[in-house]
Ligand binder design. Structure first.
Ligand code: UDP
Ligand code: MG
Length: 328
């Protein structure tokens, strides 16, 4: 029997402005539910006072635990560390900026009691810029088409996972982690409900356009090799049309015997083809890079400090996972 029922995992990167408000709101939401709970904060190498704040919180409240990274490893790694740290029967992942309203927790726990292994709180897109809205909607349409797993629009990382779902996620060893996909990949009974999008309470979003674009590419590439297949198809069709074109020119020459100076055609063909070759090479390179990355088998993060012996438990789990991977 586990000693805590609910673990709340919170990745934090430079959140000192909002962390106290968040903590108070979280406690206020959890206490009335009468579940035993722990809060696992993961400081993702913040450069502000977040780490010091978390250390204080952990020292004063036994229900608070924290792990701090040696540098910024990204939200995916922070979530992974939090999941490894968590001991509860259910685990809730949420952001520290109050964009994931803690008031929704009782409802999520209630849905879990009805037997769901994953409860997704899905935000709508109120208050979001029109451009960003359109871009993300296009992206999700693209993802649904090309990925083997289903990812809902607006379903971020605010979700509840049962212990067996967490164990399933932790058993996936890849180092390029795209959680949205992983959560969907593991399956289990999933339910989602929508809540109204809220603005970040304080501080700044860490996701600029470039970071989002990279995240999007990660998502598309990490779940299948369909982009590679697409490159092959494009290449094939181009080859066939080029062949057709060549035959047509030869026929022309044979019939009319005239040779028009095809300078423009040649240049166009060269430019188009080399563009496609470069793009294809890029796709292939991306996959090779990923293989290289996975082959190095680096850990996902380096821990600077953590509250207690839980670090040992996490290490043991890592060793276990690594072993099960290498014995395959
Ligand atoms: N975060 C993190 N590491 C990072 C970037 C973000 O742990 O490198 C955390 C951040 O502290 C917050 C959550 O991930 O709790 C979501 O980040 P943010 O609010 O900046 O993203 P947005 O809501 O704008 O998508
Ligand atoms: Mg946010």
């Amino acid at each position: 029997m586990r000693t805590v029922h609910t673990s709340v995992v919170v990745p934090c990167f430079n959140e000192s402005e909002v962390i106290d408000a968040f903590h108070a709101a979280l406690i206020a939401a959890l206490e009335p539910t009468a579940t035993t709970f722990e809060i696992c904060y993961v400081d993702d190498g913040s450069s502000d006072r977040t780490r010091i704040r978390l250390r204080d919180l952990a020292a004063t409240d036994p229900r608070v635990r924290y792990t701090s990274f040696s540098r910024n490893f990204g939200k995916e790694s922070a979530m992974l560390a939090g999941l490894r740290m968590s001991q509860g029967e259910v685990v809730v992942l949420m952001d520290a900026d109050l964009q994931h309203p803690p008031e929704l927790l009782p409802r999520m726990l209630e849905l879990h009691r009805h037997g769901y292994d994953q409860v997704i709180a899905q935000r709508d897109r109120t208050g979001e810029g029109a451009v960003r809205k359109a871009l993300s909607q296009t992206y999700y349409r693209l993802v649904r088409r090309f990925m083997d797993v289903e990812v809902l629009d607006g379903a971020g990382d605010f979700r509840l996972l049962s212990r067996r779902a967490v164990n399933a996620v932790l058993s996936l060893p890849e180092s390029n982690r795209f959680s949205k996909g992983l959560f969907s990949w593991i399956g289990f009974d999933t339910v989602s409900f929508t809540y109204q999008n809220v603005e970040r309470a304080a501080g700044q979003s860490k996701w600029g356009g470039r970071r989002l674009l990279n995240y999007g590419i990660d998502g598309l590439l990490s779940f299948n090799s369909r982009p590679l297949r697409m490159a092959i198809h494009t290449g094939l069709w181009l080859f066939l049309s080029a062949l057709g074109y060549a035959l047509w020119i030869i026929a022309n020459v044979l019939l009319d015997g005239v040779e028009t100076p095809g300078y423009a055609t040649i240049i166009t063909a060269i430019v188009a083809l080399s563009g496609i070759q470069l793009a294809t090479l890029g796709v292939i390179g991306e996959y090779v890079g990923r293989i290289y990355h996975e082959a190095k088998r680096r850990p996902h993060y380096v821990i600077r400090e953590t509250d207690t012996s839980h670090a040992a438990a996490a290490d043991a789990l890592t060793a276990e996972v690594m072993e099960s991977v290498s014995s395959k």
